[in-house]
Design a protein. Structure first.
Length: 205
């Protein structure tokens, strides 16, 4: 479990396919690497990964074929920067929102507009997820908890304040950059729990 408040920016040291398998071994230089423990969870660009080895200021994580298919983990090349967050503890301040690190889909940066010291960014995403996108609601982009400013069936707009711009990898985004999206888990649970019950419209058909 995470909050979507990026703790540090890391740098990819290696991302290599495992011998004889479809998984990859991701090695990330991280300022907090030596404080990690084996089996601990770390969010890398919004993707929850398990620490399997710690060496020389870096942690290693195995990325499964399913994760490679759903997320952008396969795109990460050596020297690429990534957003990092360690999992929450009972004493953690919840500054963002509940984030699982279970990426739903990928989006693409459609536009970046500058207004003073703010950046307005439009993200294009698959239409089938639009039911989980609410104005002033929350979503996670590459591990960053953000507030939805505007939405449509295909696009969502967020505004990035200077602190977030400077302390995350969002400042490296460009048009067509692919990013990981996790929608608010509360909406997913509500939808799942209400699915067995017909809507008022269905009752009168």
């Amino acid at each position: 479990m995470f909050t979507g408040i990026v703790e540090a920016i890391g740098r990819v040291r290696a991302n290599e396919r495992q011998v004889g398998g479809a998984s990859r071994r991701l090695v990330v230089d991280a300022p907090f690497a030596t404080s990690l423990t084996l089996g601990e969870s770390v969010s890398v660009n919004g993707t929850c990964l398990t620490v399997v080895q710690i060496t020389d200021q870096a942690f290693h994580a195995d990325v499964s074929p399913t994760t490679l298919e759903i997320t952008t983990m396969g795109d990460l090349k050596p020297n690429r920067t990534v957003n990092l967050e360690r999992s929450v503890t009972p004493a953690t301040r919840l500054g963002g929102h509940w984030v699982l690190g279970h990426v739903d889909t990928q989006g693409t940066v459609a536009s970046i507009e500058v207004e003073g010291d703010a950046h307005h960014i439009d993200i294009r995403y698959p239409k089938e997820y639009s039911r989980w996108v609410l104005p002033q609601g929350s979503l996670t982009l590459d591990g960053v908890s953000l507030t939805i400013v505007e939405r449509s069936d295909h696009n969502v707009k967020v505004t990035i304040i200077p602190h977030t711009w400077e302390h995350t990898i969002i400042h490296d985004w460009a048009i067509h950059t692919r990013i990981n999206i996790e929608f608010d888990v509360l909406g997913k649970y509500v939808e799942h729990l209400l699915a067995p019950y017909p809507t008022s419209r269905e009752e009168h058909v």
